[in-house]
Design a protein around this ligand. Structure first.
Ligand code: C5P
Length: 313
């Protein structure tokens, strides 16, 4: 056993989709996407400590409800650590401690951030030096959003979301996230999107939405970005969780530049003009949804990275 080795903590960000264009379902059951991810300052911290056997604990931070997080071998962080160990030929179990700030089943890729942070933490602990591309290839086996959790910043995602190209951005964008206690299953939202489109649906002709998002990011222009935000899963998410329609309207009424469903929902993302106006929007919304459901964040932020390597002893 190697419990004299130090523990390593890695941090990975949540994401919001600035654009989420959903294409037809593929033979493998996934949908082709054109999306723009932005990493935001709501984080998951994963600490990997050498242990006699594989194990996992989860801690709620910032009011996150972690009751829905699996603690067994199906947990994405644990699967990530074991996958890396298997591929690298490492036989050194770890205990993972996950400190969760990102809402569970919220459409912000919290589980994917756990996997990204676990890969980076274990890669450092085991001194593998796999590199970002190698970890991202492994990450894609675990989930479509894991490679983005590793890369962070702002990126266009294609394929099922795992093929990434960085996007040039200027400055920071300021967000308010409205959490929903319900949680939504991503496969259910994609299936509802398919159902609403019906069997005759074909993808629309290539449109200019991606260009508009990229131009707004390049210019650091929050108003232009607000006008360009869109999410093809929003209708399906609102059909499955009708309260979202009210939350979106409340966000707009509170002074946000735009309100969109984050990924497959049910978190609602409000883009604001500045850090100060994000605080104003929060103040407006506290009486409507309660303080506990509101988070402010900014983006872009970096992808998964090591925070600290604790000295032994
Ligand atoms: O890759 P990930 O595990 O995050 O995907 C969860 C589910 O979301 C998939 O099983 C699939 O039902 C749906 N999905 C999809 N198309 C994508 C990404 C996810 O249909 N591009």
């Amino acid at each position: 056993m190697s419990d004299h080795r130090p523990a390593v903590t890695a941090r990975a960000p949540a994401k919001v989709n600035l654009l989420l264009q959903v294409g037809p379902v593929r033979d493998d059951g996934f949908h082709d996407l054109v999306t723009v991810f932005q990493a935001v300052s709501v984080h998951e911290d994963v600490t990997a400590t050498p242990a006699a056997d594989w194990g996992l604990t989860v801690e709620a931070a910032g009011g996150a409800d972690v009751s829905g997080v699996p603690l067994d071998g199906s947990n994405l962080a644990l699967r990530a650590a074991r996958l890396l160990a298997e591929r690298a030929g490492v036989d050194e179990p770890v205990h993972l401690h996950v400190r969760k700030e990102v809402p569970v089943a919220g459409g912000m890729a919290g589980g994917s951030a756990d996997a990204a942070a676990a890969l980076v933490a274990c890669d450092a602990l085991w001194q593998l030096r796999t590199g970002l591309d190698g970890l991202a290839t492994l990450g894609a086996e675990l989930g479509s959003d894991v490679p983005f959790g590793l890369h962070g910043r702002t990126a266009v995602g294609t394929g099922r979301g795992e093929q990434l190209v960085p996007v040039l951005t200027r400055g920071s964008f300021h967000w308010v996230f409205v959490l929903d206690p319900a949680g939504l299953s991503t496969p259910r939202v994609f299936a509802e999107c398919d159902r609403r489109r019906g069997p005759g649906w074909g993808p629309p002709p290539a449109d200019v939405r991606l260009e508009a998002v990229e131009a707004a990011l390049r210019g650091g222009d929050a108003e232009a970005l607000a006008a360009a935000l869109s999410n093809d899963l929003a209708e399906a998410a609102c059909a499955l969780a009708p309260q979202l329609t009210r939350t979106l309207a409340a966000g707009r009424a509170a002074g946000a530049l735009a309100a969109v469903v984050s990924g497959s929902g049910p978190t609602v993302a409000l883009l604001t003009a500045s850090a100060a106006s994000a605080q104003d929007v929060v103040a407006e919304l506290v009486p409507v949804v309660g303080q506990g459901r509101l988070r402010t964040a900014s983006g872009p932020v970096p992808g998964a990275r090591v925070l600290e390597a604790l000295a032994p002893g």
